[in-house]
Design a protein around this ligand. Sequence first.
Ligand SMILES: [Mg+2]
Length: 387
Amino acid sequence: MKITDIRERSFPLDSPLRNAYIDFSQMTCSVVAVETDVLRDGKPVTGYGFNSNGRYGAGGLLRERFLPRLQAATPNDLLDESGSNLDPFKIHTCMMSNEKPGGHGERSVAVGVVDMAVWDAVAKIEERPLNRLLADRFGGDVPADERVYVYAAGGYYYPGKGLEALQDEMRGYLDLGYRDVKMKIGGASLTEDLARIEAVLDVVGKGEHLMVDANGRFDLQTAVAYAEALAPYGLKWYEEAGDPLDYDLQAALAKHYGLPMATGENLFSLQDARNLIRHGGMRPDRDWLQFDCALSYGLVEYLKILAMLRDEGWSSRRVVPHGGHQMSLNIAAGLHLGGNESYPRVFQPYGGFADDVEVVDGFVGLPDCSGIGMERKAKLYELLQTV
Ligand SMILES: [Mg+2]
């Protein structure tokens, strides 16, 4: 077999919503298609990948560095031992040739997008859902989970959005079948944010059904002020209080907040994830880790991160990836993670799961189709075919 074509294109995300740090009106997303000469149902197998929201598309890097390396490679550099399928590990090595260590965020999105497309193609060539392929190859003797815990991430700051609109949004998520919801904090004053939190608690009932996300906005003093104000609510978690690379802040905050915290979506490599575990004071009995493969070199790197966590005494069930995409959903099911983020009405058409998959009491199943399952999401598939 061989790769016959690799195409990439950037699309606008084009969304007016805002968190504590950025608005998404100028955000872009890279989409990659890896086409092979393997035929299934009479058509060449094509794998698709895209990057998660929160980081811009990486078209320049893909065109200048990573795709040319794959195009110049020999079949032996890209294929598995049988020669009949792609080898994601070899492809990762090929893309990372001539790259220095460190500086991960500069390129981890570009590599992650290609990695997603490669795994999609690998599973399609094997004619299996990716989650089952992952469980077989890397999940020990445990089959893939049949359903995955999901929560609805929303509660963004929109221009002119008041408390009633926020409550309506959250009520909508519960109506869709979600049990837990997440909202942004740190984009308003503490007083205003507490009013927003209480408005959402009126809808979801208990604090255990609500997470809050500061998107790395706070200094230690502000993070602690929020921690003290949040503690009485008993929230499910307090997410990304300070700068994602300020491990000292995270560790200091843990001394002021005994309840669960979450972070990791802006750490893009094994080394950064390991530093969080070494120095961030994260507690394996209650905290949550949110590394997102689509932003951090893809699944090849993610497998190394999961192995590191195992060695450090963390259960894979404490990992609930950021991003709300089907790749992480497959990883969550196949590698027995704790769940997956979900964006029911934002970041479309990338966010969300197959069209016919329903959320039932906060869990989703996975479609029975080969690959990641993007073909089962009509609006996304329509866009992928234009790449
Ligand atoms: Mg977040």
